[in-house]
Ligand binder design. Structure first.
Ligand code: 5GP
Length: 202
């Protein structure tokens, strides 16, 4: 009997490095399905359609939202981002673990709709470090940078609502912590009641 599958939500403020942490996690946990989001923002250099995001127009996005095609969606710094519901449901129904790497508003929406999911919040080691990382990325204008930083402060106040926090100081350690949390969660009694019941009844 397989262990119960898990919907894993990894969230954190913009620039905290959650994308890089999640890439490392996938290298070690290749059984986990990564949900590719739809977004209305422009592709950055090196980003690929269907790999990093599905890049869609605002009209298409709004149509998808109206058709209830998103498990959650949010407006992030003037662009829209959404998790395709069908993909997530199909994978979960076929007993796969699915990981969503999303913003805090979206994570809060998933918390309402799927409270049984596993919620991990990635924090920076300090606010100054977060600022440095955003500046280094160089993909934002001055104005966008200031907006992301002030939003990050507000978003960090949601961390206590999550199940776990991981501080992304060292990338490898952060990835190991996320992997350890997922492994521990999959071994938890609450995620294995079907397995235990099956053993007792056999
Ligand atoms: P970026 O534009 O830097 O790729 O992403 C901006 C923010 O949007 C990041 O915090 C990222 O995690 C978040 N994001 C990416 N996909 C989704 C999604 O499907 N839903 C939500 N709510 N946020 C997302």
């Amino acid at each position: 009997m397989a262990k119960d599958n898990v919907l894993i939500v990894v969230a954190g403020p913009s620039g905290v490095g959650k994308g890089t942490v999640c890439s490392k996690v996938f290298k070690h946990m290749q059984d986990i399905e990564f949900s590719v989001s739809a977004t209305t923002r422009q592709a950055r250099k090196g980003e690929k359609e269907g790999v990093n995001y599905f890049f869609v127009s605002r009209e298409k996005f709004d149509e998808m939202a109206a058709n209830d095609e998103f498990l959650e969606y949010a407006d992030v710094f003037g662009n829209r981002y959404g998790t395709p519901r069908k993909y997530v449901e199909e994978k979960l129904n076929s007993k796969r673990d699915v990981l969503l790497e999303i913003d805090i508003q979206g994570a809060m929406m998933v918390m309402e709709r799927c409270p049984e999911a596993l919620f991990i919040f990635i924090l920076p080691p300090s606010f100054d470090e977060l600022k440095k990382r955003l500046v280094k990325r160089g993909s934002e204008s001055e104005e966008q940078l200031a907006m992301r930083l002030s939003k990050a402060k507000e978003e960090m106040s949601y961390a206590p609502k999550f199940d776990y926090i991981v501080v992304n100081d060292d990338l490898d350690s952060a990835a190991i912590e996320v992997i350890s949390i997922i492994v521990a969660e999959k071994c938890s009694v609450k995620r294995n009641t079907h397995f235990i019941d099956g053993l007792i009844k056999s």
